[in-house]
Design a protein around this ligand. Structure first.
Ligand code: ZN
Length: 314
């Protein structure tokens, strides 16, 4: 069996090819270092992708493969930008120079109310004449796990109504404000008919990925993407906790993973990394800690394979 798997791998490991989605916010705007990518860093990242034969595809290419249950080709990368900041115009010539497709997620209220730092409807629409796709990033950019179902549905309806009126088409994709969601928020978002939904968790996309739960690596500063594209998708089912635990007390982490190992690494925001045992694909780790932040990520890592689960206080 092991030998068979090995031989299979020699000839066919490309079958497990994984795609990476990167997320940017601001470009060449030194006022906001925590969300900014300087043009010099962007150019280095693009040169790395080009020199190492990565194919930058439109997000729709990845979504289509997943929706058709097809294997992803090797070395696919998609580039996304959240919020619609005006500083994207600083970077657009570099995207054009490399011919790289991108998806811009629009914070509708900011554009509609002409907040000074944001692109106008006209400027957004023009991005479609480059290699750009526009998509929806909520009306009010709220912390959606804290909103009532009614308020959240109204936010989608108002935002999508304006989006479609001003841009003349429907958004195929959705990305959560702040990358924050839980099962309820995801369920409501799915009702609005997107072909893919994106979060902001560290992770990679393979054929096994859920098209409504696509992870993205957020890039800021001069992040080197070489180690990031080496990550692969860890097929994991997060069992417990399903949601942010009451009073922040976390007592157990349980997950099922699709790989035959006895040890994994578990990371929890503020609590750091620890080794955890895996027994017949099941991690059942007792812990007694208090979560400090309102937004906590749990990451499972085995070698270069990763899976992330986010817990957001509601
Ligand atoms: Zn945002």
């Amino acid at each position: 069996m092991i030998r068979g798997f090995f031989l299979f791998c020699v000839f066919g490991c490309y079958l497990f090819a994984d795609a990476h989605i990167f997320l940017y916010h601001r470009f060449d705007d030194a006022r906001y270092p925590s969300t900014n990518t300087p043009n010099s860093a962007l150019r280095k990242q693009f040169e790395f992708l080009k020199e190492n034969n990565y194919t930058v595809v439109p997000l729709s290419a990845i979504a289509d493969k997943l929706n058709q249950n097809e294997t992803l080709p090797d070395k696919w990368v998609a580039l996304t930008i959240d919020d619609g900041y005006r500083s994207f115009l600083n970077a657009l010539p570099i995207f054009d120079e490399f011919g790289y497709a991108f998806t811009m997620f629009v914070y509708v209220e900011a554009t509609e109310k002409k907040y000074p730092d944001f692109l106008t409807w006209e400027e957004l629409k023009k991005l479609e004449n480059h290699n750009g796709t526009l998509a929806f990033h909520s009306y009010s950019h709220s912390h959606q796990t804290k909103q009532s179902e009614k308020a959240l549905r109204e936010d989608f309806e108002k935002g999508l109504g304006l989006y479609e009126k001003m841009l003349g088409n429907k958004s195929a994709f959705y990305s959560y404000p702040y990358g924050e969601f839980n099962d309820e928020v995801q369920k409501i978002a799915k009702d609005f008919g997107f072909t893919a939904i994106l979060n902001q968790n560290m992770g990679v996309i393979s054929k096994a990925s859920d098209v409504y739960d696509l992870p993205r690596f957020a890039l800021t500063g001069s992040t080197n993407i070489k180690p990031l594209v080496k990550y692969e998708n860890l097929e994991a089912e997060w069992i417990e906790p399903k949601d942010y635990p009451a009073k922040g007390n976390i007592t157990k982490v349980e997950a099922r993973i699709n790989t035959n190992v006895t040890k994994a690494q578990l990371y929890i925001t503020d609590l750091g990394w620890r080794d955890v045992k895996v027994k017949e694909g099941l991690i059942s780790y007792k812990i007694n800690e208090k979560l400090k932040k309102q937004r906590v990520r749990m990451i499972l890592k085995i070698g270069n394979k990763v899976s992330t689960k986010i817990l957001v206080k509601d």
